[in-house]
Design a binder for this molecule. Structure first.
Ligand SMILES: [Zn+2]
Length: 466
């Protein structure tokens, strides 16, 4: 009996073992290895497909074609114009910049496909993308930032349209893709030209963040522009030694004066009075640390959590833009725009519209409403204080003829050397149509280094917007 049962076992076990082996092999090929195989096949296939389709172009709002398509020996190829000014928008191949993120649009795939138009054309043609960027502003930013590292942003605060989005250092897409050697030089460049600094650069905001602290304090009702404060130059606040940029101290001063003169001690006291919970709630309301909803990689900001035994110290430092706070230039531009437009948070956007080969306009997916950060009265009060920065304070460089500018300067200490220079501003003061934010890495004084660049971009933007 035992023998019989053994031979039955053998009969069952061997086929069963074989079955298990086959199952394992199938699982391996279909589940474990499949994504890899698919990718390789898809890569070849999609590259071949890419070259067959005439891809769409990227155009600025004033009609400059910054990414074109030309027919070469092996099919359609990309051509760039004035690449050093626009490379961070176009990218340098199908795996970078808007060429990557808007590939579906440019190659008319998925919901951007238009089969009937292709049949009428007799071939597959992609869609053109019209950006909100003004070529003149972008090119001017490129000229002004020569030899510097940093970011220039111009935005229409009324709707969030980005008029300039420039990153330095820059590169020429055509040159770096010419040879492997050129590409290696680009990749290992210590200045990291591939980083799109306005959206990905993380910087200590320094004094430009004081407009946020002022807005939060005014909005909760612990301050108004006339609030009386005192600065002795060096003071211990919530256990932290705070040094004002004016070593002898400002003495008695109002909040308006404290912003105009960029007094650290006054703002440290204001942050301490505001407390961690209220400070944090306004960080959320302003979407201060949130990545923007743009078709390019955007970094999320960082700030201390104000908890534990270091919490009070962290809050005091954050109140004047130092400590653990790191933020993108776009966040500062958005903060400025929010105050310029009466307290409603703005959603920046880059694509104005998409156009099919038959000139049909497809609606671009514009971002959702982000709500209100502060009351119109609060926004107006802070805007007025920013006007004082220009008229009587550190932002005198923006006191220009013919237009009233409101601004804030910043020189942010950082571990990489000289302070980063910030300048953020909007104009005209009464009815803002342009916000400009400039950051120059290790530029020292915001007023001296970033200020003149911001003012020139602002002037040019006011000319183009009329
Ligand atoms: Zn002071």
């Amino acid at each position: 009996m035992r023998e019989l049962s053994n031979s039955i076992k053998k009969l069952v076990v061997w086929p069963l073992a074989g079955f298990v082996v086959v199952c394992l092999l199938l699982t391996y090929w279909q589940v474990v290895a499949a994504p890899q195989l698919n990718k390789a096949e898809q890569n070849n296939r999609s590259e071949r497909m890419r070259r067959r389709v005439q891809p769409g172009r990227l155009l600025t709002s004033d009609g400059l074609v910054i990414l074109d398509a030309r027919e070469g020996a092996e099919g359609w190829e990309r051509a760039y114009s004035d690449s050093e000014a626009f490379c961070h928008l176009t990218g340098y191949n199908s795996r970078s910049g808007l060429q990557k993120t808007l590939s579906e649009v440019l190659y008319a795939q998925g919901r951007y496909a238009h089969v009937w138009e292709d049949i009428l054309h007799g071939r597959q043609v992609g869609n053109d993308i019209h950006l909100t960027i003004n070529s003149k502003l972008q090119q001017r930013a490129h000229r002004l930032m020569r030899g510097k590292r940093g970011a220039v942003i111009a935005m229409d605060p009324r709707d969030g349209a980005l008029l300039a989005l420039y990153s330095a250092p820059t590169y020429d897409a055509a040159t770096i893709t010419k040879s492997e050697e050129a590409y290696n030089v680009f990749t290992y460049d210590p200045a990291k030209p591939e980083i799109n600094r306005p959206l990905q650069g993380m910087y200590a905001p320094g004094s430009v963040l004081k407009i946020f602290t002022a807005a939060a304090a005014i909005d909760v009702g612990v301050a108004d522009p006339g609030k009386k404060l005192h600065c002795a130059g060096v003071e211990r606040i919530a256990g932290t030694l705070v040094r004002c940029r004016k070593a002898a101290g400002h003495g008695d001063l109002t909040l308006r004066r404290a912003l105009a003169d960029s007094c650290n001690v006054a703002f440290a006291k204001l942050g301490d009075e505001l407390g961690p919970d209220r400070f944090r709630s306004y960080v959320k309301k302003f979407h201060l640390l949130d990545a923007a909803d743009l078709p390019l990689p955007t970094s999320t900001g960082r700030m201390a959590d104000f908890k534990g035994f270091k919490g009070d110290m962290q809050l005091v430092e954050a109140s004047f833009g130092q400590g653990a706070t790191l933020i993108t230039p776009l966040s500062i531009a958005r903060l400025t725009a929010t105050l310029a437009r009466g307290g409603e948070v703005v959603q920046p956007y880059l694509v104005d519209h998409v156009e099919t080969p038959a000139a049909t306009r497809l609606p671009s997916s514009q971002g959702k409403e982000l709500g209100r950060a502060v009351s119109p009265e609060t926004a107006q009060a802070v805007a007025g204080m920013m006007r004082s920065v220009v008229e009587h304070g550190t932002g005198g460089v923006a006191d220009i003829r013919g237009v009233q500018v409101a601004a804030k300067t910043g020189s942010a200490q950082n571990p990489s050397g000289d302070p980063h220079a910030w300048f953020t501003c909007f104009a005209p003061y009464d009815e803002p149509v342009v916000v400009v934010t400039v950051l120059v890495e290790n530029g020292g004084s915001g007023a001296r280094t970033a200020g003149p660049i911001a003012v020139e971009i602002l002037r040019a933007a006011l000319e183009t917007t009329g």
